[in-house]
Unconditional design. Structure first.
Length: 321
């Protein structure tokens, strides 16, 4: 009887993967987009990113150490990921104090009160981004015009509308950036400007099997199909669906935020439903909503129904026909 084996609860999968390895892999995957942003927007990008990451990591340490009386787990990289994603979602000329407010919302409101990593129902970076957009709409919608590497300045930066902002305002569509510019990042924004850089990072995550294709593909395909239908019906009013794919934060949201393991479904079909829901809500907000961008709102709304999706798309039990 002393030699009986004691089997622990599932899962029983042996792997060298860990939360720490996964999170630092995500950080690495975001580096191409960060480097492109630094090239186009200069030193302010570096400063805002350091402030965002530093505040997120520091606040998480303080809460765990002095309020929850837990061993700090800031070395797992999750707070760094939150800080990077939050920085990617704001203009590069955002006042530093507003960036600090965003970090407080992300960690102090959206993450740690629920129990920290693995327990938060909503993506912390997106909660902070939407909070800042509602609280500081002027500062959050003033996007600097890209000035490649030599434009390292702080004041009097020239601002202009983003691609989606120009479309929403009914401006001169001949001023829209070319597909080449949107692929490379020559347009207003921050971490989401370069489609190629983001796709390189997403490809790395797919190769490492940290994410799967289900959410990114279903998300972007839904946006493309619905936008394409509207474009075919009235091309004078609704722009080419390729613009919707390359503009705004669609690729960033679909590949790096909607795929968050904590706040997304667990089954393949659940992921597809989640991605399609995100895509549909995104294009509805873009075409008919008050805001030019709908990625953040759509992901947060779908985060809220993840428990329902998980119940509706449970994986088949082992050996059960």
């Amino acid at each position: 009887m002393d030699k009986l084996l004691h089997i622990s609860g599932s899962p029983h999968v042996h792997s060298d993967e860990s939360v720490k390895k996964i999170m630092w892999s995500v950080v690495l995957s975001l580096m191409p987009a960060l480097l492109v942003s630094i090239y186009y927007f200069g030193l302010p990008v570096i400063i805002l990113t350091l402030v965002s990451v530093g505040c997120c990591v520091g606040l998480e340490y303080l809460i765990q150490r002095f309020m929850l009386h837990q061993k700090p787990s800031i070395d797992d990289g999750s707070a760094v990921v939150t800080g990077l994603l939050l920085a990617f979602n704001v203009p590069s000329n955002l006042p530093i104090w507003i960036m600090v407010v965003g970090a407080i919302v992300a960690i102090g409101i959206a993450k740690m009160p629920f129990g920290g990593l693995g327990h938060n129902p909503f993506n912390p970076a997106l909660v902070a981004r939407v909070t800042l957009l509602i609280a500081f709409p002027v500062q959050m919608t003033s996007w600097p015009v890209p000035t490649p590497i030599w434009g390292f300045h702080f004041a009097d930066a020239v601002t202009g509308p983003t691609t989606l902002g120009l479309i929403k305002e009914g401006g001169d569509l001949t001023q829209l950036p070319t597909y080449a510019n949107m692929l490379l990042g020559q347009m207003g924004g921050f971490g989401e400007v370069s489609a190629i850089a983001l796709l390189i990072g997403a490809g790395f995550l797919l190769w490492k099997r940290i994410i799967t294709w289900h959410i990114p593909v279903s998300f972007m395909a839904t946006v493309f199909v619905v936008a394409g239908i509207f474009h075919l019906v009235n091309p004078a009013v609704y722009v080419n669906p390729f613009i919707h794919l390359l503009a705004g934060g669609l690729i960033l949201g679909a590949c790096f935020m909607a795929t968050d393991m904590v706040t997304s479904p667990t089954s393949p079909w659940g992921m597809i439903v989640f991605g399609c829901g995100c895509g549909l809500l995104t294009i509805i907000i873009r075409l008919f909503g008050a805001y030019p961008e709908g990625v953040s709102f759509s992901i947060l709304l779908m985060n809220a129904v993840v428990p329902l999706i998980n119940k509706g798309f449970k994986p088949k039990q082992f050996a059960n026909r």
